[in-house]
Design a protein around this ligand. Structure first.
Ligand code: SF4
Ligand code: SF4
Length: 315
């Protein structure tokens, strides 16, 4: 597994980043021991970079996976929706406590949309930079599905950006793939570390996984790629790809056979909370039930974390 510098942060990461959302309660909801074993297997296979978030509720899996693997060096990035100083402080302390580590290598503002949302989160951002000054955090950044936010983060000179980019342009909210590429090149030119999300469209592009991952790796402005993994087999397939540059026929067949979809239970109360939080505008209410426009859904599972009735989930 290639280890690469993450922009000019001084942090070195494995080119393949383990996306932890998929093992946690918003998606596979693996038992702790099983999820920790997947994390430990990733570590033993050369993955040293792990992406999580306060919202994902996967800190326990990472802590236990690291323990199982003998606590090797690993870089962890977390994110928070906090906009206030106190909220950001709570998020950083929760991550340090639950991950059982003094330093959380990278901390981000989750799902930023523009310079306006960044301004609205200024207190939280300033707090994260205070943590960097104290050495509790090594780099600060944002995650985003928006080109406008990539440009705003570049203008501010943040350390790291975690943008949505994929071959099909799926999920880019405010423009097309080419426009996102241009914004990412400009960010990378400034030394900002960039690791991609949703290279496989949240699972929608599993059938062309080889071409999709090759596309992201070929861009020249992406340091690392986060891929959600739920099993030891998926870890092996992705490590295989990043080690040799292509999937074996058996790995490709296994990935193609995987199918994830959004499931909405009969007991949906039609409260509409999920329609307001979906970053893709994929959900709408009809006759007091929620419906999903499948071609817009990125299977991120964010709606699941907000549903008061636990009636919507990625399975
Ligand atoms: S948040 Fe849950 S209960 Fe409310 S509309 Fe969405 S799926 Fe239904
Ligand atoms: S419907 Fe849910 S899983 Fe699909 S993109 Fe929206 S928030 Fe994500």
């Amino acid at each position: 597994m290639r280890q690469v510098p993450l922009g000019h942060t001084g942090i070195t990461v494995s080119e393949l980043c383990f996306g932890a959302l998929t093992i946690g309660p918003l998606q596979a909801n693996l038992p702790l021991k099983q999820g920790a074993e997947v994390v430990a297997h990733a570590l033993r296979s050369g993955i040293s970079f792990f992406d999580t978030a306060q919202f994902y509720r996967t800190y326990d899996y990472l802590r236990e996976g690291l323990r199982l693997a003998g606590n090797p060096e690993a870089i962890i990035c977390s994110k928070t929706y906090a906009y206030s100083r106190q909220g950001a402080m709570d998020a950083v302390e929760e991550a340090r406590r639950k991950l059982d580590r003094d330093v959380v290598d990278i901390f981000m503002l989750h799902e930023q949309e523009s310079d306006l949302t960044l301004r609205g989160h200024r207190e939280a951002l300033d707090y994260l930079y205070d943590c960097k000054a104290k050495g509790i955090v090594k780099a600060v950044g944002i995650s985003t599905h928006h080109i406008t936010a990539v440009k705003a983060a570049t203008h501010l000179g943040l350390d790291v950006i975690h943008p949505l980019i994929n071959k099909a342009g799926l999920g880019i909210v405010d423009g097309n793939r080419e426009e996102m590429e241009t914004a990412l090149y400009a960010a990378h030119q400034k030394g900002i570390g960039i690791y991609a999300m949703k290279a496989l469209g949240g699972g929608n592009l599993f059938r062309s996984a080889d071409a999709c991952l090759s596309y992201v790796r070929s861009l020249g402005c992406i340091d690392a790629v986060a891929v959600g993994m739920q099993s030891v087999d998926e870890v092996d397939a992705n490590v295989g790809f990043f080690s040799r540059g292509h999937f074996s026929p058996a790995e490709e067949a296994a990935l193609s056979a995987k199918s994830r979809h959004l499931h909405i239970d009969d007991w949906c109360e039609g409260c509409g909370v999920c329609t307001r939080v979906c970053p893709q505008g994929a959900l709408s209410l009809k006759a007091d039930k929620v419906y999903c426009q499948a071609d817009r859904c990125l299977l991120c599972g964010y709606c699941s974390g907000h549903c008061p009735a636990w009636a919507i989930k990625v399975v």
